[in-house]
Design a binder for this molecule. Structure first.
Ligand SMILES: Cc1cc2nc3c(=O)[nH]c(=O)nc-3n(C[C@H](O)[C@H](O)[C@H](O)COP(=O)(O)OP(=O)(O)OC[C@H]3O[C@@H](n4cnc5c(N)ncnc54)[C@H](O)[C@@H]3O)c2cc1C
Length: 527
């Protein structure tokens, strides 16, 4: 068992628990199934009404299920959970043997216990020729002499069902109240004799029921007994979490106790889910498995919702801190150089076309100075602005090496807080300044305002179409922008948009493949 929390700890590895584990493990959830090894139908040699497994031993289905979930990485431990406690980050489940395990969610599928009437010899035949469910064992007991023992409010209803399977059904009142009115009539009409005396023991010969002995000493010859147990949910772990077992009623009759839940398996304790017999006393194998499949899917959705909430909070935090001065300083300090030292290719293309018009240039986010040095070498008087002093220091060093230090003014400024001088530059260049949508729109407005009449605004960035490539820009998709997004911010009366395009260029992706990516290129001239 792992030390950190599983996504889901499933308590109870019967049909419900394994089915829930299957859907969760296939959803790539880490799952631990804790099972005490006492599935309810273990006393039965064969299982019925389970499509594809009809007539096979119950243990075969569970073994197949365990192998299937293991194939998807789910883990299985034989242990009995005794309690669970909830805290801020999930649950701690404690086992009888002293071990414990953590889970973000709990799926509790502990089933129920069948409490049989206290009649000598009855429990020993349970699941063989003492049965409760006509759908599970009825066909196998067809045409036998079946005594329907009145032990549950549904005994009369059960007698009618057993009569469908055998013409030899006796109604064993076991000392209870005699049927009257329509019930008496219906029993008589369908040929079901009523035996009034209390049943004291079950007679067995050669490992087969031969009858029941009554309190008056008489023996009624029988081959099988149908009995309605009291169904008691195995609720200890759930009760330790504050969930109370309550009466389970059907048509006004109390059949036992269960843990109530929503149809999707949610309980009133957030993060605790239930499925199978622990919540639905009437669930058969297939019904328990189907319910748990729904519940497993709901748990997966619940985890997805939580993970999305956490991702949004983390994303917001990253976005609010990653463009801060501290973040940039740290980034630059982390490496000797973070950029290539070459001028940005779209700057080179666009400014080469402006040769002969060199004037004052504002290099926005100048970084380690490659663009500023290149511009200065072509005759521009450059103001290189950056939020990082480390970057500006490196840029100054490169300018000195290139002998253009006099042509560049270095300015330590956060342009989001402090606007550049208006109508002062013949070229304003922002290369790959990626900000959240609102922040970049504000920045573009300031940059546009800084362009002198006749001057050029050049904004270049990664185009959103790159998200469809393998270049790997998926971490901040809303930071990418189109040329139209910039063009729409420019007043048509003051600006001529010369270029607004997604310009292709070759690139090597993280796997070493050469791919085509696109740069957003916006070139506009102030009239
Ligand atoms: C005799 C008999 C025959 C039946 N025959 C059929 C049939 O032919 N067809 C059919 O569809 N249905 C049949 N049923 C009904 C069938 O048993 C249930 O529908 C089915 O078992 C419900 O599945 P479950 O997963 O909810 O509970 P279970 O199968 O009972 O599984 C619960 C599991 O949880 C474990 N557990 C309980 N508490 C803890 C704990 N604290 N810590 C760890 N593990 C725990 C148990 O050991 C068990 O393995 C029969 C029932 C009986 C009694």
């Amino acid at each position: 068992m792992r030390q950190d929390a599983y996504d889901v700890v499933v308590i109870g590895g019967g049909a419900a628990g394994l089915s829930g584990a299957l859907v969760l493990a296939r959803s790539r959830r880490s799952v631990l199934v804790v099972d005490g090894g006492e599935p309810r139908n273990a006393p039965a040699a064969h299982m019925h009404n389970v499509l594809g497994f009809d007539g096979r031993p119950p243990a075969e289905l569970l073994a197949a299920g365990r192998a299937e979930i293991a194939g998807y990485g789910a883990e299985f431990v034989t242990a009995t959970a005794v309690s669970a406690a909830r805290d801020d980050s999930g649950f701690t489940v404690r086992f009888e043997d002293g071990r414990s395990v953590r889970g973000k969610r709990l799926l509790v599928t502990t089933g129920l216990v069948d409490e049989l009437p206290d009649i000598e010899g009855l429990a020993g035949r349970w699941g063989r020729d003492v049965a409760h469910c006509p759908y599970c064992h009825g066909y196998e007991l067809r045409d036998k002499r079946i005594g329907v023992l009145v032990s549950s409010p549904l005994a009369f209803h059960a007698a009618q069902m057993w009569r469908q399977l055998s013409p030899h059904v006796l109604f064993l009142l076991n000392g209870g109240e005699a049927p009257a009115g329509d019930q008496a009539l219906e029993l008589a009409a369908r040929g079901m004799p009523v035996v009034a005396e209390r049943v004291t023991s079950v007679q067995v010969t050669d490992d087969r029921i031969t009858g029941v002995r009554l309190a008056d000493g008489n023996v009624v010859a029988l081959e099988a007994i149908a009995v309605g147990p009291r169904f008691v949910a195995r609720s200890a772990v759930l009760e330790s979490l504050g969930l109370k077992a309550v009466d389970f009623e059907m048509n006004g009759n109390v059949l036992g106790s269960h843990i109530p839940s929503e149809p999707n398996g949610a309980t009133t304790v957030p993060g605790v889910w239930v499925a199978g017999n622990v919540t639905n006393l009437g669930a058969t194998v297939a019904v328990a498995a189907a319910a748990a499949q729904t519940t497993g899917a709901m748990i997966n959705l619940d985890l997805i919702a939580e993970e999305t909430r956490e991702a949004v909070a983390a994303y917001r935090h990253r976005v609010s801190t990653m463009f801060s001065e501290d973040a940039w300083e740290e980034r630059y300090r982390g490496r000797d150089a973070i950029w290539s030292g070459n001028p940005n290719p779209q700057l080179v293309t666009e400014v080469t076309a402006l040769d002969g018009r060199a004037g004052r240039a504002l290099d926005v986010g100048s970084g380690e100075g490659a663009d500023a040095v290149w511009l200065a070498k072509r005759g521009w008087q450059v103001t290189a602005v950056d939020i990082s002093t480390v970057a500006l220091g490196r840029a100054a060093g490169h300018a000195a090496e290139a002998g253009v230090v006099d042509a560049i003014t270095f300015s330590h400024t956060d342009l989001r807080a402090e606007a550049p001088a208006e109508r002062s530059y013949d070229l304003v260049s922002a290369q790959f300044m990626h900000l959240p949508p609102e922040a970049r729109q504000e920045l573009w407005a300031r940059l546009a305002a800084a362009v002198a009449p006749g001057g050029t605004l050049l904004i270049v960035g990664h185009h959103p179409s790159d998200l469809a490539t393998t270049v790997g820009r998926m971490h901040f998709p809303d930071m990418l922008f189109t040329p139209d997004e910039i063009a729409e911010t420019l007043d048509e009366d003051s600006w001529t948009v010369l270029t607004a395009e997604a310009r292709p260029r070759p690139h090597t992706d993280p796997d070493g493949r050469t791919i085509t990516i696109h740069d957003t290129v916006l070139v506009a001239r102030r009239r």
